[in-house]
Design a binder for this molecule. Structure first.
Ligand code: SF4
Length: 551
């Protein structure tokens, strides 16, 4: 499609007159239009269009429609209908009253175009630029971040359901591509086995029968794959996405025994892939399973960062979407990197325990960001015992590479290990002869033959962690950290008011686009509230909790 840029700067006079007469108090989209102007220009999206083909609908208008759609929780059909029928939407989009709008399918095509051109982030960047120009966003203040889980749009399947559904999905794809060829050889019993949708309710209950069914499914899937790959004129079918998924799931879930038979893997086998790689549904191959505390979910993880200065609107400045098992800790540096590039790096960043460790404290300090978040407690049994034999009881001399234990004994070795994850660990050992003769050995080590071993971080990290742990015990720090809780309200708003809990789409890229659009919609609602002088909501705490922060 070819782009013929339109200007949205001027609202047609008749549209403005009628919309203002009908809306004595401007609606959200009119308020935003009056304050920020059109927000997007067609030129912002020019790289997404070719130089040939049909003229495209104005991408700046479509981008605004997507955002208003999220702000009001509408389907594509409903959003397209609003463009035709709503006066305030016509005002915001600078359309003539007689404009017939567009077919709702244009929105889906435009989302695909944004994803193909990796232009999702441009939407948020364009809004943040406007907010800065209008002094509604000031970089360099306080910010806070939290994450939440997003459920996949696909049905959750157990392991056996996933195997059957994956084969069923592949057969459906082959039925569309080569129905005659498939019918010519497929065994009749497959229609009973893979015709209906698998449902745990109807599947065998005993472990023996379930394993037998999994073995049968494995053999059937392998037979299907062999039929395709040994028939030269049908080999192209192996490239169908559903067949590629089948292949991947079979590699992950089955193995060939020494007699050449296909067997289901034991989930505890070494060959079973980790959660970050395992495909759990053929309908959303990028969704992954993760566990956080008591919560188990299949899908993705969203990170939201917002400003939290009391005298400005609280604006979401960064969003990130990852597969569900990616831990929060890995995102701290990514968020700071992205905010640096956008010139929106905060001075103070409030986060929960999942985002903070010695290394992130150090890298943030080097960027000029004061990371405020509780460090994980030392979980070693020595720390739990509270008798002074954890790392804090040892004097570390980073110049001489030696340590002295609580009994005054010197270490015998000090070795640094650089981990593939980028972390450096220092392993310190004490002489076995000293520890064996030590009167307080049982408080220090459980080994009866070897000396105590202590794991430390490099000096800069160690000193930062020691200072941060001491600071976190003070009431001043707790009062400062209290402001982080507000981001949970933002997560709650995104989930309850904007439907973020379950993705509308399949795949990571579209889920991320949903997160970006949700973040922009929240920002518009907040800017609207700020302009109407609605005060910030306060984080509610009980009187009992208030007692502690007041201490
Ligand atoms: S067990 Fe070894 S390291 Fe621990 S206090 Fe005794 S001598 Fe020191």
């Amino acid at each position: 499609m070819v782009l013929r840029p339109h200007s949205l700067m001027t609202i047609p006079a008749e549209t403005a007159r009628v919309a203002k007469a009908a809306h004595r108090k401007p609606s959200l989209c009119m308020q935003i239009r009056d304050t920020l102007g059109p927000v997007f220009t067609d030129e912002d999206f020019a790289p997404l269009f070719s130089h040939r083909g049909q003229p495209a609908t104005s991408p700046a208008r479509l981008a605004l429609v997507l955002i208003l759609q999220y702000a009001e929780g509408l389907t594509d059909r409903q959003a397209a209908e609003q463009v035709r029928a709503r006066l305030d939407w016509k005002y915001a989009l600078a359309l003539e009253l007689t404009d017939p709008g567009f077919d709702f399918s244009v929105l889906s095509e435009f989302r695909d175009r944004l994803i193909t051109g990796a232009a999702e982030q441009r939407l948020l960047t364009a809004l943040l630029t406007q907010l800065r120009e209008h002094n509604l966003l000031t970089p360099g203040g306080d910010a806070r971040t939290d994450s939440t889980h997003i459920l996949s749009a696909a049905r959750t399947l157990n392991r056996l359901e996933n195997l059957i559904e994956t084969l069923r999905h592949a057969l459906e794809a082959l039925t569309t591509a080569e129905p005659d060829w498939l019918r010519s050889w497929v065994p009749d019993e497959w229609f009973d086995r893979y015709g209906p949708r698998p449902d745990a309710y109807r599947l065998p209950k005993t472990e023996t029968k379930r394993r037998a069914l999994a073995t049968q499914t494995g053999a059937d899937g392998q037979q299907l794959w062999d039929m395709i790959t040994t028939t030269p004129e049908k080999a192209y079918l192996a490239q169908l996405p559903a067949l590629q998924t089948l292949r991947q799931v079979w590699v992950q879930q089955f193995y060939r025994d020494r007699h050449g038979k296909i067997r289901p893997r034991d989930p505890k086998d070494q060959g079973t892939p980790p959660a970050t790689l395992r495909l759990d549904t053929p309908h959303d191959p990028q969704a992954r399973t993760s566990v956080k505390g008591d919560l188990l979910w299949r899908g993705y993880r969203a990170h939201l960062s917002e400003t939290c200065d009391p005298d400005t609107p609280h604006v979401i400045t960064h969003v990130a979407t990852t597969p569900a098992p990616v831990p929060d800790l890995g995102m701290t540096t990514t968020i700071h990197q992205d905010l640096t590039e956008a010139a929106l790096l905060p001075r103070t960043h409030l986060l929960d325990t999942g985002y903070v460790d010695g290394q992130t404290l150090l890298t943030s300090r080097r960027r000029g960001v004061d990371l405020v978040g509780p460090l994980r407690p030392d979980t070693s049994w020595q720390a739990q015992a509270g008798k002074g034999f954890d790392i804090t009881g040892f004097a570390l001399d980073f110049d001489q590479n030696t340590a002295t234990c609580p009994q005054g004994k010197a270490s015998s070795s000090w070795i640094s290990h650089a981990r593939p994850t980028g972390y450096t660990e220092i392993h310190i050992r004490f002489p076995a002869r000293d520890c064996r003769a030590c009167l307080v050995r049982t408080d220090c080590t459980r080994s009866k033959t070897r000396g105590r071993q202590v794991m430390a971080r490099p000096r800069a990290e160690h000193e930062l962690v020691t200072a941060a742990r001491a600071e976190q015990a003070t009431p001043q720090w707790r009062r400062r950290y209290h402001a982080r809780a507000g981001v949970e309200g933002t997560i709650s708003q995104a989930v309850r008011a904007f439907g973020l809990r379950r993705t509308r789409y399949i795949g990571l890229a579209k889920t991320h686009l949903q997160l970006v659009l949700t973040a922009i919609a929240i920002n518009l609602v907040r800017i609207d509230a700020w302009l109407r002088e609605v005060p910030h909501g306060k984080t509610r705490i009980t009187r009992f909790q208030a007692l502690r922060t007041a201490a």
